[in-house]
Design a binder for this molecule. Structure first.
Ligand SMILES: [Zn+2]
Ligand SMILES: [Zn+2]
Ligand SMILES: [Zn+2]
Length: 343
């Protein structure tokens, strides 16, 4: 079975070129058009960074074995293995054809890493892949803040990978791209911490806290959202004045209400598909009217409303918000009780 030639050094070179181009695109994308920038480059920034990181991963796989032929068998897609009759009532599995010209995808890289005990934070790589996939369908201007967030999050992943897996210094390997990533990362971490500190004074309902961190600016996709200083100054609280309390995006200055974003984030997390036989996870709360009543917990994440009657007094079937008018009976036993009374 013939393998293809693989030049590991060339892989590394291409990886670094791609990452450098990605960072250049990123820099240009973050500057406004009238100041010589080009927001449309956000898309190529993510594409280049993604491609570069994957090439660097493939390079690592290639240098994990001694023989170049082994390296290429790990990087190129293997031929399909198909069953053949051995002529004696048995079965033989044989590869059909040669190694393909295409190289392995993210999912296969992940498997190779596992097999070779190479550790990577896949969460951020998968996020970068998601970002790339959905960027293709969006106007780049709507995702500038998101791209900045990804570059910032990619930084520690890339740093650790270069240091631990490649035994090299990122500054040497990545040249001018490195300080840009570092700066973007530090900026992001600093502003993130400032935002979190400011929200601590905005009276977010406790169980809604996790959803605050899932909120993204509706204009640019950034997660760097801060409570609006005027609303803080007025002494407003998100728990009480969710119909007026605003966020301010630290990336693009967009201002809008924070509560709907948090409630959307919660509902997205409990999203279900009725076609798969799924059940809704969230419903409108009968107490506060918000779409924040978690059915499984029978409690509202916003106002902490719970049920007076959690199960039927007769059959112990769990009750929901709709059954609370029945005085602690399920629909069936209420019916039985009413019938008994009328007879
Ligand atoms: Zn924004
Ligand atoms: Zn409620
Ligand atoms: Zn019952």
């Amino acid at each position: 079975m013939a393998t293809l030639d693989l030049d590991a050094d060339k892989l590394q070179e291409n990886a670094l070129t791609s990452i450098r181009l990605g960072i250049e695109d990123f820099q240009r994308s973050q500057v406004a058009l009238d100041q010589g920038g080009d927001p449309a480059r956000a898309l190529s920034a993510v594409r280049n960074l993604f491609a570069g990181v994957l090439l660097l991963f493939k390079y690592k796989i290639a240098i994990s074995v001694d023989e170049p032929s082994d390296a290429s068998s790990l990087i190129f897609n293997p031929p399909e293995v198909l069953p053949h009759s051995d002529g004696n009532g048995g079965v033989e599995w044989k590869p059909s054809g040669n190694f393909k010209r295409t190289t392995i995808d993210v999912a296969t890289i992940q498997k190779r890493f596992k097999g070779f005990n190479i550790d990577v934070d896949w969460k951020i790589i998968n996020k970068l892949q998601d970002c790339r996939n959905h960027l293709e369908h969006l106007h780049p201007a709507n995702t500038l803040g998101e791209v900045a967030g990804f570059v910032a999050e990619l930084f520690p992943v890339l740093r650790d990978f270069v240091q631990i897996q490649l035994n090299k210094q990122p500054a040497e390997l990545l040249g001018a791209a490195w300080p840009t990533m570092l700066e973007s990362h530090n900026f992001y971490v600093k502003i993130s911490a400032e935002c979190a500190a400011a929200w601590a004074n905005a009276d977010i309902p406790e169980q809604m806290q996790p959803w605050l961190y899932a909120c993204r600016c509706e204009e640019c996709g950034s997660s760097l959202l801060s409570p609006h200083p005027e609303d803080l100054e007025e002494g407003y609280g998100v728990d009480r004045q969710d119909d007026i309390f605003r966020y301010q995006c630290m990336a693009c200055s967009h201002v809008d209400l924070i509560a709907p974003l948090m409630i959307d984030a919660l509902n997205d997390a409990y999203d279900y598909d009725p076609r798969d036989g799924g059940e809704p996870g969230v419903e409108d709360c009968y107490e506060c009217g918000r779409s924040t009543f978690i059915i499984q917990e029978q409690e509202c994440s916003w106002c902490h409303a719970t049920l007076d009657y959690s199960q039927c007094k007769v059959c112990e079937e769990p009750l929901n918000q709709d059954d609370q008018m029945n005085g602690g009976l399920c629909g069936y036993h209420l019916h039985v009780y009413e019938k008994m009374r009328d007879d």
